[in-house]
Design a protein around this ligand. Structure first.
Ligand code: AMO
Length: 427
């Protein structure tokens, strides 16, 4: 392998004083003091201080540069070592002045400004930390499932039938035929259980959300899991518990710096997630007993209840009314008006939906019919259940929802790299 000549900012602290080092990064800030001028260089690992000779020309903030100089001890520098006597070479044309002041300790700009200028705003260490949480969570997610015999899959994003509900589907022209952008990998992950038994997928899903809310995007990253040979949805909830614990462990292992920079308290995941039946959840939230679903205010109330009663940031609500859940949800055999479906509420917001699914062909035909859905667009999917699909279930976690709750963001867009919504298609 070609040896690198580059020293990262974080490695500067262990550079031998007097040795020649080469940094490459962005000009984070030019600081002209009365007696001395500093150039702060930012790279993926952090910040480094460079002492500049009087009169030496400095490229403007955000210009990528190479700096070669001498590692010199200075207790006031980050890590106790700075670079002196530098040769500074721009690696691109001088950058334009960014719309947001990236050198300030915190980003002082409104959400629309941050979103319009995402390309630079995400460079801020505190902003980047948010995606570092997402990336570390994904490592934890994959590791947990890889260790438990799951196979990672990728299912098509151009599909012939609506998977969740018709209300929020993007239609497209597929060689003259109608097709849709997948609202979830639901129909494929279930069929893949027949092949691999345990599967997961990390991928984009598309929802033409008609409302401008703080928790909905038109495209988000769905972390999907599906497993076969379950006894009921409690086997699925047990895997969900391990997955969430694995995501927290991933953050602790791979994004400890981001947790520090953001001053976060990570959730403690109990050995068993508290589970409450939908009926009782309505009562806890003070909602009428005939409500078909939990509204955001009810979820907040349940979040508070879980914190007080169980000391937990997480609570599972099971047994949603069958008639109001997705058609593939398995009814509770003891009382079919309730389903073997569940949601996981994290810090007062729905983070996960899941269920045991129907797995018999005749049950699918009946479920589609009772909802008035045509069978034809689901023919390929429903036919799979004639080929022997075991009892199975699964769930999906919204990645942006997860990070949003972790950092306490007021709006999901704050943690989304390039959000897509009713009004935004760029950047
Ligand atoms: P559901 O539609 O509830 O379930 O979605 C699962 C999780 O995805 C997140 N989510 C969203 N995040 C951002 N923007 C949106 N518009 C959005 N919609 C949903 C939430 C939600 O809990 N097929 C089922 C899952 C399953 O049963 O396996 C499904 O998609 O965090």
């Amino acid at each position: 392998m070609r040896k690198t000549d580059r020293t990262l900012a974080a490695e500067l602290a262990s550079a031998l004083p007097g040795s020649t080092v080469t940094l490459r990064g962005h000009v984070h800030r030019r600081r002209e003091l009365a007696a001395v001028t500093f150039l702060i260089v930012r790279d993926r690992s952090g910040l480094a201080q460079v002492v500049v000779k009087d009169g030496q020309a400095l490229p403007p903030e955000e210009t990528p540069v190479q700096v070669t100089g001498t590692a010199t001890a200075n207790p006031q520098a980050p890590g106790g070592v700075e670079v002196a006597g530098p040769t500074i070479t721009p690696l691109a044309e001088p950058a334009e002045t960014p719309a947001v002041e990236l050198w300030r300790p915190s980003l002082e700009a409104s959400l629309p400004v941050l979103l319009d200028h995402a390309v630079t705003a995400w460079r801020h260490p505190a902003q980047r930390a948010r995606w570092e949480l997402a990336a570390a969570s994904l490592r934890g997610f994959r590791r947990t499932l890889d260790d438990r015999g799951f196979t990672e899959v990728h299912s098509p994003k151009i599909v012939e039938s609506v998977t969740e509900s018709g209300a929020n589907v993007f239609e497209l022209d597929y060689f003259g035929r109608p097709a849709y952008l997948a609202q979830s990998p639901q129909l494929y992950k279930q069929q893949l259980v027949g092949i691999f038994e345990r599967v997961y997928e990390v991928g984009p899903v598309f929802r033409a959300e008609p409302h401008d809310t703080v928790r909905h995007l038109a495209e988000y990253v769905s972390l999907d899991v599906e497993l076969g040979f379950v006894r009921d949805h409690h086997d699925v909830i047990a895997v969900l518990r391990d997955v969430v614990a694995g995501m927290v462990a991933g953050i602790e292992e791979y994004a400890a710096g981001a947790v520090d920079r953001l001053g976060l308290t990570l959730p403690v995941v109990p050995a068993e997630l508290p589970v409450v039946h939908f009926r009782d959840a309505l009562a806890i939230a003070g909602a009428p007993a005939d409500e078909p679903d939990l509204a955001p205010a009810h979820e907040r109330a349940l979040g508070e209840w879980a914190r007080e009663e169980h000391g937990s940031d997480l609570v599972v609500v099971e047994g949603y009314p069958t008639a109001h859940r997705a058609f593939y949800s398995h009814p509770d055999p003891a009382d079919p008006q309730w389903s073997r479906s569940f949601d996981l509420i994290f810090r007062g917001t729905e983070l996960v939906s899941g269920a045991q699914r129907l797995h018999r062909y005749a049950d699918y035909v009946a479920a589609l019919e009772s909802r008035g859905y045509p069978l034809e667009p689901y023919a390929a999917y429903v036919d799979a259940f004639r080929q022997g699909i075991p009892p199975h279930g699964g769930f999906a976690i919204g990645l942006e929802r997860w990070v949003s709750r972790l950092v306490g963001a007021a709006n999901i867009r704050e943690v989304t790299l390039f959000p897509r919504d009713l009004h935004r298609l760029a950047p």
